[in-house]
Write a protein that binds this ligand. Structure first.
Ligand code: BGC
Length: 338
């Protein structure tokens, strides 16, 4: 009888030990990620890298359970997702806002739930309903040690676009009339990246002393099909007067490239085309001379920074409120040198 009891005890201990090993030996962190829209080309690269980088950081004792949600460019949808993340007890949330002007609502919800927050890609600069900037608002970014923003300063990307035009032999003035006539195809106007790129691409030219003329400025909402349509319309309307096509991102520039070819125009000869992101297809077009330049929007650097800072927050380490990743100018000389 004693023997049997001893055996049972040993068996129980063994079982107990196994349970302890799994309960105490492995820590699984729950990470909620909400992306403003899965169909966005650039954010697809970004979110895939978030997942694979988290996986690469896993060890025998630390695991990350990632829930990736599609905001479908719908603020109500994203608000629901954040509510679910809170109910599910996420240990950290990474948030790519659908609507930056409502950032305070979501930040407050997450902060009140005591969950650390990493905002990415869409910088909440807009004013809240009471007219305060997000940093002045209750629990904004700067006022909170558990909240930060990881992004790239879009002024730099716009400046690089303008500089690539200024650096051309004719400085973008193909017809020699003393001014650079351009069309602008903008991303989502609420997005600070779109606002800054629109402003700073042109500012780089005027700061360098060149005269500019805006023939057309339209919103393409970051979308390739829309970019193609807007560029085609402008080419029909303004023909060879269009010397430079500025697109706030590469998706729209890829669309514009198609419109340019369809209109029988030739990049580098009778028109110039600029984008931002350095998507693989765009870099190929730069290499082939079918795009004048793009700007590397470093999704690897940004996603890794976002994950690294999320891990710091999970470990209870102190963080900065802002993390900036540099853009890189990508013209033919740069691509050929790679
Ligand atoms: C990228 C765009 C993208 C947008 C999404 C920007 O930084 O350049 O391609 O659509 O972020 O917010």
């Amino acid at each position: 009888m004693k023997k049997v009891l001893a055996l049972v005890l040993v068996a129980m201990m063994a079982l107990g030990m196994v349970a302890v090993a799994s309960a105490e030996g492995v820590k699984t962190y729950k990470v909620g990620v909400s992306i403003y829209q899965f169909t966005d080309n650039f954010m697809t690269l970004y979110r895939n890298e978030i997942e694979s980088y988290f996986k690469s950081l896993e060890t025998d004792s630390v695991k990350y359970e990632i829930t990736m949600a599609d905001g479908k460019n719908d603020m109500a949808e994203q608000t629901n997702q954040v509510q679910n993340f809170i109910t599910q007890g996420m240990d950290v949330i990474i948030l790519n806002l659908v609507q930056t002007s409502s950032a305070d609502v979501l930040i407050d919800m997450i902060v009140d739930a005591g969950i650390p927050l990493v905002l990415i890609n869409r910088e909440p600069l807009a004013y809240d309903a009471e007219g305060k900037t997000i940093d002045e608002a209750y629990e904004g970014i700067l006022n909170n040690p558990q909240v930060c923003y990881v992004g790239a300063d879009a002024r730099q990307s716009g400046t690089f676009q303008g500089e690539m035009v200024a650096e051309l032999d004719n400085h973008g003035d193909i017809n020699g009339d003393g001014k650079i006539s351009y069309i602008m195809i903008e991303g989502d106007p609420e997005n600070i990246d779109a606002q800054y790129r629109t402003e700073f691409s042109v500012k780089a030219l005027t700061d360098a002393g060149y005269e500019v003329a805006c023939l057309d400025d339209q919103v393409g909402n970051w979308d390739q099909t829309k970019g193609q349509e807007l560029c085609a319309n402008a080419l029909t309307k303004y023909g060879f007067d269009v010397e430079v096509v500025f697109c706030n991102n590469d998706a729209m520039a890829l669309g514009a490239a198609t419109a340019i070819t369809t209109a029988g125009r030739t990049v580098g000869e009778d028109i110039y085309l600029l984008g931002v992101d350095a998507l693989e297809e765009a870099v190929q077009l730069v290499k082939d001379g079918e795009m004048t330049g793009t700007v590397l929007n470093d999704h690897i650097g940004q996603s890794h920074t976002a994950v690294d800072v999320a891990v710091k927050l999970l470990n209870g380490e102190a963080i900065d409120n802002y993390y900036w990743v540099d853009y890189v100018k990508v013209n033919k000389a740069y691509v050929d040198a790679q």
